[in-house]
Ligand binder design. Sequence first.
Ligand code: G3I
Length: 374
Amino acid sequence: MQTKLINAFTAGTLALLTLGCQTSKGQATSQEIPSLKNTFKNDFLIGTALNAQQIEEKDPKAAALVPKQFNAATPENIMKAEVIHPQWNTYDFDLADKLIAYGKKNNIKINGHTLIWHSQMPAFARRIQDVDSFRTFFTNHINTVAKRFSGKIFSWDVVNEALNEDGTMRQSPFQQKLGNDFVTEAFRLAQAASPNTELYYNDYNNEQPAKRAGCIALIKKIQAAGVRIDGVGIQGHWHVGRIPLKDIEESILQYAALGLKVMITELDIEVLPRNFQGADVNQRMASSPSLNPYTNGLPDSVQQQLASDYEALFGLFLKHKDKITRVTFWGVNDGQSWLNDWPVRGRTNYPLLFDRQFKPKPAFYKVIATQTKS
Ligand code: G3I
């Protein structure tokens, strides 16, 4: 009870401090709110996914907030193969170069995302039938892209989402054409092309026991081949009220025991219903407002649950701060989140710490308070 009172006091004090910093018009500015990156500076990096608009600083509110709150960034889409390597012999580094410059200017570490992923592959690569040509695409892609940013980028998600939920290898074009060893081979090529860059494997649900076991086997295979892997990313796309804390903790421990850095790489907490399946969701959406219940704002009870879920997660991350090197949110604010358009388009979701006006939500203050408590 006493702890709870202290916690409530700490959170309340922070909120008051923030309110105390309001302008004469009564609006807190991003300068006056606590900073995530400063609050956790002795614990782990705090990252965000950036979209093209944010990289080009076209949105003044995001441009003001991002450097104050984050010291790491992952491009949400612009370094994926379909953007950066649109044709066999054509690469487009324009936005990626801008991201590198943005990171340098703002002292933000850039994590490249991602060299090898079955999704968002360029159309030409999806059409390749013969194995030799596909292997040439695979090799050229890693060599060219990793070499281009060698010495400029902090880290790469070398391979993304190579596993099925049961821990077996996903039947992706890479797996089907190159066999299971494509993962080790990707790391080998990345290491040669970018020797001073940290190299990670990244996946979702890899905190779940079966997929985690497959992930551990995959990592051990890379290590056994004498190929460097520096870290593993647990994406962290979770659902409100259902955060698998025990599985996450077990995973942090087991991955760290392999000698790897552990990162939470795409954190968000979805609040909308997922109790549907199949391809008819968009059709049903039109006649079913129940799939999009919070268009006029998030009810307080859900807001509080979201805040306490984030609080529990950051409490766990701090407990294992010696093993966790970065926590990255998948987006800056709720309006930008991919979860507004997936698995149903055009919904109003609330998965992040900043609302659509870039104002910190109750979850933000709970997250900040976990550090002051620790
Ligand atoms: O850029 C086009 C635009 O020209 C077009 O008008 C519009 C019409 O749909 O689509 C736009 O592209 C969209 C793109 O995001 C940029 O907004 C794609 O349709 C859409 O599929 C794509 O979604 C991205 C998704 O990866 C693709 O699988 C999300 O933004 C991005 O957040 C998401 O990120 C992934 C991580 O890379 C890996 N882990 C899972 C995570 C969430 O799915």
